[in-house]
Design a protein around this ligand. Structure first.
Ligand code: ASP
Length: 619
């Protein structure tokens, strides 16, 4: 654990003992086993010091008649040596030590003998000559070797999470999480924000996911919902005049856990009054820059911005990864009258043709090109056409359909160099854009185009307010129904709802959505027009959100906010690949907790009490 993530634990806590006390403290009396120093903090400058260490046996080696253990506590590891000649009693106890025993060791810090230093360990220049050893707790053989946990089945790790969490990597992650949470509070407190809790037992707030429901015992047949976010409450707090609110809030969404999702997760949730989009974005980016600063990543503010339209066109995603180029280009015009009918027809029917050039990509083998063609439908495309740029011509399965002028125009528009690979897709705009975006990410990964250690933040703005849900054949909110339309687009709500732009913004880091928010509808009338565009009838709106609509009639200030996904942020800053590695007790991909066995069956009596099954009369 480095100084950055661990800190000097001694300075953060009550002093456990008197470090550096002269003399050899015995361990017989009660309390004498208590720690006077932390394992991971001992250095060469401590040589000669008497210390009492508390911790877990991480390794044990018997070597040259001596017993060596690595003792681990929250701060790190230190080597302890037991010598049968000088301290026979401690040595005899040391012989009984097994992995993960909890011990107290009193001893003297000394330099390791020359040549025995371990430069990989912060404490590697020294060791502790143990003269007194107390076993405070024994341990069964752990079900997996802690050092090898990363390669162990994750279910087993989660089943014994308390052991998994002993690993330095996991400790480091949770320490980082704590520090980022504290930094967030410090940052927001200094700017006049108030931390206010909102209810966990509430009524459903639509953020686009399914609710977790909690049956009410006192009102048979009714249910609370766990909050998908504190959205409506934070808006009500603005109506109440608190001006600046935040909460590091737990949110619940009952989604299919396909990607790296958790049914409960944490957001940094923020709301502000009397603000416009710029104010929230400025605050949000300063907060994120401050948090990145905690892991020594410096970002330049203000952050760049891209409109949703441009992001979809150039990167095929509303969360573009800007760590590399490979920009997508529109070549629809060029193919509008092409001899290659598939493309010409796509354009004629209102679709698009998009191209991406992979510089030097003609080194892909025929098999790799075929793989791209095979993958295209999985990315949602109708197909994929490749072209290899040679000095004079383009080699491609569709070359024979192209006129010479067409080829030249394509080379010119895309600035193609000999040796480049061009990939083309055609079809309806959104579908084609997204498929090209997937192709872009695939090629970047395949060709190692993502420079390590790069942090690219970007705001995506000017989202559409609404989108068409083909499955449910209705309009839905891109963010949530409380997002306001851009002032100049309000009148389009009734006529061309899909053209209405939202007062919304998303912050994207390395292609991952870190957070998003919006300026809200603070006038009842506008909120009602948005509901109407969403196909929510006035009755339904009143039934579900009557309390909000009513509040908007009692002096609601203009307000807006944002929420950042805290788990994801910690994951990225910790350099981890899954949010499960930065959550103390996460659920598996199937929403289960192998440690406690949740979710679990409950007794018929409980179900009866909750009116879920008829109550069984008590005999
Ligand atoms: N409530 C939104 C969300 O959870 C964030 C916001 O609009 O502030 O995504």
């Amino acid at each position: 654990m480095d100084g950055k993530t661990g800190g000097r634990i001694m300075e953060q806590q009550e002093q456990p003992g008197q470090p550096g006390q002269p003399g050899r403290p015995g361990l017989q009396g009660q309390g004498e086993w208590r720690r006077s120093a932390w394992c991971g903090e001992l250095r060469a400058s401590d040589a000669g010091r008497e210390v009492v260490l508390n911790g877990w046996v991480a390794h044990r080696r018997d070597h040259g008649g001596l017993i060596f253990i690595d003792l681990r506590d929250r701060s790190g590891l230190v080597q302890v040596v037991f010598n049968p000649q000088t301290d026979p009693e401690a040595f005899r106890t040391a012989e009984t030590l097994r992995l993960e025993y909890v011990v107290s060791v009193a001893g003297q810090v000394r330099h390791r003998s020359p040549g025995m230093e371990n430069p990989k360990l912060p404490t590697g220049e020294i060791e502790v000559a143990g003269h007194t050893l107390t076993v405070l707790s024994t341990s069964k053989t752990p079900p997996f070797v802690l050092d090898r946990a990363p390669s162990v089945d994750e279910n087993l790790r989660l089943r014994y999470r308390y052991l998994d969490l002993r690993r330095p990597e996991m400790q480091r992650n949770l320490v980082l999480r704590h520090r980022l949470a504290q930094k967030t509070r410090e940052f927001l407190n200094a700017r006049g924000f108030l931390e206010i809790e909102t209810p966990m037992l509430t009524r459903s707030t639509p953020e686009g996911a399914r609710d977790f429901l909690v049956p009410s015992r006192l009102s048979p047949g009714t249910f609370y919902a766990l909050p998908q976010s504190p959205q409506l409450f934070k808006q009500l707090l603005m109506v109440s005049g608190f001006e600046r609110y935040y909460q590091i809030a737990r949110c619940f969404r009952d989604e299919d856990l396909r990607a790296d999702r958790q049914p409960e997760f944490t957001q940094i949730d923020i709301e502000m009054s009397f603000v416009e989009r710029e104010d929230v974005m400025q605050l949000g980016e300063e907060l994120i820059a401050t948090l990145l600063g905690e892991v020594n990543v410096r970002v330049e503010l203000p952050l760049r911005r891209i409109t949703y339209g441009e992001a979809m066109l150039r990167y095929g995603s509303d969360k573009p990864d800007l760590r590399f180029g490979l920009e997508i280009q529109d070549v629809s015009q060029l193919f509008a009258t092409s001899g290659f009918q598939v493309f010409a027809r796509a354009v004629a029917s209102g679709g698009v043709v998009r191209a991406l050039v992979l510089p030097g990509g003609s080194d892909l083998s025929r098999r790799e090109l075929d793989q791209l063609v095979e993958l295209a439908p999985r990315w949602g495309a109708r197909g994929l056409v490749w072209m290899l740029a040679e000095a004079e011509e383009l080699r491609s399965p569709i070359a024979k359909y192209l006129g010479a002028g067409e080829e030249a125009a394509l080379r010119k528009q895309l600035s193609v160099q000999p040796g480049d690979l061009i990939c083309l897709m055609a079809g309806p705009e959104k579908e084609t854009a997204i498929a090209m975006g997937r192709l872009r990410l695939f090629l970047a990964e395949k060709k190692n185009l993502i420079p390590p250690g790069r942090w690219e933040l970007v705001w995506v703005v000017d989202f559409p307010l609404l989108e068409w849900n083909e499955e449910e054949r209705r309009l839905e909110a891109v963010h949530h129904p409380f997002t306001s339309p851009r002032q100049e687009d309000v009148d389009l709500l009734a006529t061309e709802p899909l053209r209405v732009r939202a007062n919304a913004y998303d912050l994207v880091l390395n292609g991952v959505e870190l957070g998003g928010g919006s300026i809200r509808n603070h006038r009842r009338e506008v909120q009602e027009r948005v509901f109407e565009a969403l196909g929510i009838s006035p009755e339904e709106a009143r039934a579900k959100f009557g309390f909000l609509l009513e509040a908007l009639e009692y002096g609601a200030p203009p307000h807006g906010g944002i929420a950042f996904g805290f788990d994801r942020l910690v994951m990225l800053l910790a350099g981890e690949e899954t949010i499960r590695d930065v959550i103390a007790f996460p659920k598996t991909q199937s929403g289960a907790d192998p440690l406690t066995g949740a979710p679990a069956a409950v007794s018929a009596a409980q179900l009866g009490e909750l009116h879920i099954i008829p109550e069984v009369p008590v005999a």
